[in-house]
Design a protein around this ligand. Structure first.
Ligand code: SIN
Ligand code: MN
Length: 216
């Protein structure tokens, strides 16, 4: 049995809460993820400067493509993405409340897009900032399945200083405030680390919910 893990704060406004989702909740979210991947916009590897990312993504609310949000997946099949579900707004607010945000911040948090990523054993995500949103409201990140090494850096560049964290199945990571534009990435996925009962036998799902600040 591993020692219980406590919260970690790799930067101002950045909090990792281990084991935030129960196994039942993880399993339920994985079942929803399978529904989302069925369409109307299928899961796909976005192309960055002509190269497919190793991560595959399906979006809710707004469709992300490098480097903008649209309602229709114009780089996939032109279909409109699924609506952003109310349960995820409630979950996002609970995530902010549990990571020390004020009642005002919680009430104002209305995420309107989610990027649901699937990582196989070989998938990685290079260091980047989330800066295609007009809003600087916090990003709420949920991980399910295999553990990954998540690199959380600084707001200036892709290099040091950074902190390498383990994001495990059920973990919540929130980054906002002075860390909202911190560079971050996934350097490794650790095969065969998904817990029994999380709903995923192999690979990793990460869901980030965001406020785009867009209308229409
Ligand atoms: C992302 O940066 O959008 C995803 C991060 C993660 O997979 O944990
Ligand atoms: Mn990101």
């Amino acid at each position: 049995m591993e020692a219980p893990r406590g919260p970690e704060r790799p930067g101002p406004g950045a909090v990792l809460l281990p084991g935030w989702l129960t196994l039942d909740q993880q399993q339920w979210i994985v079942a929803r993820f399978r529904e989302w991947t069925a369409g109307p916009v299928p899961i796909r590897a976005a192309k960055v400067r002509g190269h497919e990312m190793s991560v595959r993504t399906v979006c809710l609310g707004w469709h992300w493509q490098p480097y903008r949000y649209t309602r229709e997946a114009t780089d996939v099949n032109g279909e409109r993405v699924l609506p952003f579900p109310d349960w995820m707004v409630r979950l996002g607010r609970r995530a902010l409340a549990d990571t020390g945000h004020s009642d005002e911040q919680v009430a104002a948090y209305t995420p309107d897009t989610a990027l649901a990523n699937f990582y196989d054993d070989a998938a990685r995500m290079g260091m980047h900032q989330d800066r295609d949103e007009k809003s600087l409201a916090p990003i709420v990140s949920l991980s399910i399945g295999d553990t990954c090494t998540f690199r959380f850096g600084n707001t200036e560049n892709r290099g040091r200083p950074y902190t390498d964290l383990s994001l495990r199945s059920g973990d919540l990571f929130v980054f906002g405030g002075a860390s909202r534009l911190a560079y971050h990435g996934v350097t490794r996925v650790h095969p065969s680390t998904a817990p029994e009962g999380c709903g995923l036998d192999s690979g990793r799902i990460n869901i980030t919910m965001r406020m785009t600040g867009l209308s229409g």
